[in-house]
Design a protein around this ligand. Sequence first.
Ligand code: SPV
Ligand code: MG
Length: 288
Amino acid sequence: MPNILREKVASGELATVMAAHNPLSARLAEEAGFDGIWASGFELSALYGLADVSLISMTQHLDMMRAMAEQMELPIVADIDTGFGNAINVIYAVQQYERAGASAVVIEDKSFPKVTSLVADGRQDLLRIEEFQGKIEAARAARRDPDFVIVARTEALIAGLGQDEALKRARAYEAAGADMILVHSKQKTPDEIEAFVKAWDGKAPIALVPTAYPQMTVARVRELKKIGLLIWGNHAVRASVGAMRKTFAQIRKDGGIHGVEGSIASVEDVFDLQGMGKVKDDEKRFLR
Ligand code: SPV
Ligand code: MG
């Protein structure tokens, strides 16, 4: 199967992917028209009620990613955090994720166990540049399909090390063979990221996760150029939390479910998302 994401990267187009944490949220992202799915570690951790600090195992994340891949054609960008250990762990992870149907993996330059990026005063320890280059090279060596996209993510700005360090790391990771560079920032405005994008002198396209600076729109990203991948990082789980909290509170307040009927999805809507129509057709064809 052609890697649609690779084709977009090669043609200099922008791909916009939405976070998902299970096949249902991935299907809703597909329905909304996004170019792909971000198999977010933060979202899956939250789903288990756990902090995004390397508590979820590779198997848990991989199983969910595989369940999504089995149900859709959209490319999946798998968030594999630090690669679950050193370069040896990265080799195994890349083999597993590629086989399970991912189109791309994002590996970040933090030490294992990592701490979620956007938390205030989070402990953010970065690997030595050479060590992370080894992990990128290991990822390249492990992929079977040369079109499988390897994204190197630098957390230099998140760790407060500044733009020079972020650029130095991005250049080193491109030299190690990364297809794309993800640079993350938790500044509340896009200034820090825009400065990085303007200063970026590499050939690899940039990937952004503008969660902390929501003023960054698709239109602005196109103006800035150099950006190949835009990740809406956690909007599936945040939308669900908001909707569930509101609905549950209203049911408690009303002493019944009558008040929420108009604002939640109908049972028929969920039947459609589950493929119940096909089950009924198949029953007619095959059940005797
Ligand atoms: C994720 O969604 O898991 C990410 C993005 O890696 S962030 O949580 O902002 O680090
Ligand atoms: Mg993550």
